[in-house]
Ligand binder design. Structure first.
Ligand code: MN
Length: 423
């Protein structure tokens, strides 16, 4: 049988070479359409494949523990079934969508039931987020921020090269692409002010990140191996870790970010599986000094994912690109982040979300936040004639995209969009 990642595979559903969703991808999401309850679907070209209807028709079985997981309004019950079920389901869906398989292709009535045009589908938050953790794993980003606030000599904190630094964020405000983001309020103490005041954030920023979706649990008190950590990662989403820089600057001493990050985190609606990303696996940057044994990797765990950020101010007809970078530059991989996360005995749950940390590449146009792009507000970026930005303004719409470029096809993530509304 042909492997679901085979570049030669074609679907009977026409898929443009520029589409994010060819048969080699098959990302999972939760959608509703035709007035029916939310259910699990897979994106294929301009359609959503309804897995619940396929299961009802007896075309898709997920084993004894599984019936009904596709009628859920999150991917969590399906993810909980584990890697063997994930692999079998992916193979079966790939088989059903193949151009040379008549089983679904030639059954018009079934096609009408299970293939929903994407533009008629409403996409929901794909996972019930159990816990949300945000890392700080790009060396270029950590160095840029360090240089800005501490100078070149002390750019990286002494711990940075020894562990993936992170903090526990809020799961309650993780939202799906398209959700409007209200400008946060908080305590502000601008330089020169004697006392803090409470008001609307003036230095609102985005952070370009990938989110690793944890699909298997690990019990409290248990540590992980590299192989186990890898198997626990179900897939990835694009993630915008909205940040209130002025609130953060005043509140973060000494326990780290709190409300400056807790007002919103946006993710893309389709979870691209680790299985689909397999052909795009790459060796990450050389780690020097060598990590402690519990963080050492025998396999490459980075991915070649092209990333783009565009910003559209309200008067602009189309967005302007402000960043183009790649996930492959990440210093600490998602596997290392998960290994570190569990290393103290911290339990991990199905539906945990690990933000990679802002992804900046080595070049100036590869910076993944406005803090870096505008160098802390000192170098405004021009979006269009007469329109510049240092930080986000009300009405601004921020769009992130990501894709792996194959030969003649791309395994894409779609987009994560958010528009700022006034405080
Ligand atoms: Mn972040």
């Amino acid at each position: 049988m042909t492997h679901p990642n085979d570049p030669a595979l074609r679907s009977f559903i026409p898929v443009d070479a520029e589409s994010d969703f060819p048969i080699q991808n098959l990302p999972y999401g939760v959608f509703s359409a035709r007035g029916l309850a939310p259910r699990v679907g897979v994106a294929i070209g301009d359609y959503v494949l309804d897995l619940w209807e396929l299961e009802q028709d007896g075309r898709l079985a997920v084993g004894q523990d599984g019936p009904g997981v596709f009628v859920a309004d999150t991917l969590n019950p399906f993810m909980a079934l584990g890697p063997k079920v994930w692999a079998a389901t992916r193979s079966r869906i790939s088989e059903l969508l193949r151009h040379d398989n008549g089983e679904l292709r030639d059954n018009e009535a079934l096609c009408r039931r299970v293939l929903v045009p994407m533009k008629e589908a409403r996409l929901h938050l794909p996972i019930a987020v159990s816990g949300y953790t945000d890392f700080y794993a790009s060396k270029e980003h950590a160095s840029n921020v360090g240089i800005m606030f501490r100078g070149k000599e002390n750019a990286l904190q002494p711990n940075w090269l020894h562990m993936p630094v992170g903090y526990n964020g809020r799961a309650s405000t993780v939202v799906v692409s398209g959700t409007k983001v209200r400008r946060p309020r908080g305590q502000l103490k601008p330089p020169g002010a004697d006392l803090p005041s409470f008001g609307a954030c003036r230095r609102l920023d985005f952070e370009l990140e990938m989110g690793a979706v944890i699909g298997q649990p690990s019990p409290m008190g248990e540590t992980l191996t590299e192989a186990l950590a890898e198997q626990m990662i179900f897939g990835f989403v694009l993630l915008n870790d909205w940040s209130a820089r002025d609130i953060q600057q005043w509140e973060y001493v000494p326990l780290g970010p709190f409300l400056a990050k807790a007002f919103a985190t946006s993710i893309s609606p389709w979870v691209v599986t680790s299985a689909a990303l397999e052909p795009f696996r790459r060796q990450g940057p050389k780690q020097d000094p060598a990590p402690l044994p519990y963080l050492q990797q025998t396999q490459p765990h980075n991915y070649d994912i092209e990333l783009e950020v565009a910003l559209r101010a309200a008067p602009m007809s189309k967005p302007a690109r402000i960043c183009r970078t790649n996930f492959k530059y990440m210093y600490w991989s998602s596997v290392q982040q998960l290994l570190h996360h569990a290393s103290s005995g911290c339990a991990m749950n199905v539906g945990d979300l690990l933000g990679s940390g802002t992804m900046s590449g080595p070049e100036k146009d590869q910076r993944g936040s406005l803090l870096e792009i505008s160098w802390n507000g000192t170098e405004p970026v021009e979006l269009a004639s007469g329109i510049t930005r240092t930080f986000l303004e009300d009405g601004d719409s921020l769009v992130m995209r990501g894709w792996c470029q194959g030969n003649g096809y791309r395994v894409g993530f779609g987009e994560v969009e958010g528009t700022i509304v006034p405080a």
